[in-house]
Design a protein around this ligand. Structure first.
Ligand SMILES: Nc1ncnc2c1ncn2[C@@H]1O[C@H](COP(=O)(O)OP(=O)(O)OP(=O)(O)O)[C@@H](O)[C@H]1O
Length: 246
């Protein structure tokens, strides 16, 4: 058993894609500890391995070598079934392109993970209603994704990721498709989640997103080149960004 103070841990982590001439070492010997309640931002140039790292930490991909631990449990050695179960319950994923189910309403999208994890329809409805209310989307619950703005869609996607109260929320370029106003909405939401103690790992190209984090890791060529604690947990770090709205 590893130190369960850290929600996420990586030990000597490697991931190679392809082989022979086309072999790419996307993650190249990384060690990482993410304490509970931390908001970690990961930045770096395109292709440096940020998404791959996120996928490894969330159990979406398996490492070529090394270990991944979630809440003190080693996950890279789990079988597919156990890994899928862990992903459903312990990790919430948010993607740049939202990945909502287009045929389902906002509420149904949020209900889905609860149902897939074995929750009752009643429990799913209650959880979705709670989250959509909390995220300022109660009046959009019956809307289909195409009837929502980009910012609203991403907030629904974050609600869906939070549906099973994950230990960690991992987000890959969550504001990459959003304008400034919608980006600020999403940042406020992350700030609320973090204040409530949620652990967050966010891959981003956006300095504004990184500026709201507790810690910033810079990657290059699959390695960490910088790991900095930011100003600490202060409220209102978004204040400096208000006024930038489109
Ligand atoms: N499935 C795959 N097969 C082959 N190569 C891959 C695969 N996934 C990623 N790579 C390569 O691994 C490297 C790291 O990719 P990754 O997507 O993790 O980078 P990134 O930093 O997230 O990039 P971006 O900021 O552009 O999203 C890149 O060279 C990429 O081309």
């Amino acid at each position: 058993m590893n130190d369960i103070g850290a929600v996420l841990q990586a030990r000597d982590l490697y991931k190679e894609h392809g082989q022979g001439q086309s072999l790419v070492r996307a993650v190249d010997g990384v060690d990482l500890d993410v304490p509970a309640g931390q908001m970690l931002a990961v930045m770096g140039p395109s292709g440096c391995g940020k998404s791959t790292l996120l996928h490894l930490m969330g159990g979406l991909e398996r490492p070529t070598d090394g270990e991944v631990w979630v809440a003190g449990r080693r996950i890279d050695t789990l079988n597919e079934r156990a890994l899928a179960r862990l992903r459903r319950r312990a990790v919430g994923f948010v993607f740049q392109a939202f990945h909502l189910v287009e045929e389902l309403s906002a509420a149904e999208n949020v209900e889905l993970p609860v149902l897939l994890a074995g929750g009752s329809p009643r429990a799913a409805r209650r959880r979705a209603a709670f989250l959509l209310e909390r995220f300022g989307l109660a009046d959009r619950a019956r809307h289909l994704p195409w009837q929502l703005s980009g910012g609203q869609r991403q907030r629904v996607a974050i609600a869906r990721a939070m549906a099973n109260e994950p230990l960690v929320l991992v987000a890959d370029e969550p504001t990459g498709n959003l304008d400034t106003a919608a980006t600020l909405d999403v940042l406020r939401l992350f700030e609320d989640l973090r204040t409530a103690g949620q652990t967050l790992v966010i891959v981003t190209h956006d300095e504004r997103v990184a500026a709201t984090a507790d810690r910033l890791i810079s990657m290059r060529d699959g390695m960490f080149v910088d790991d900095t604690q930011l100003a600490g947990r202060t409220t209102g770090r978004l204040d400096g960004l208000i006024g930038l709205e489109d």
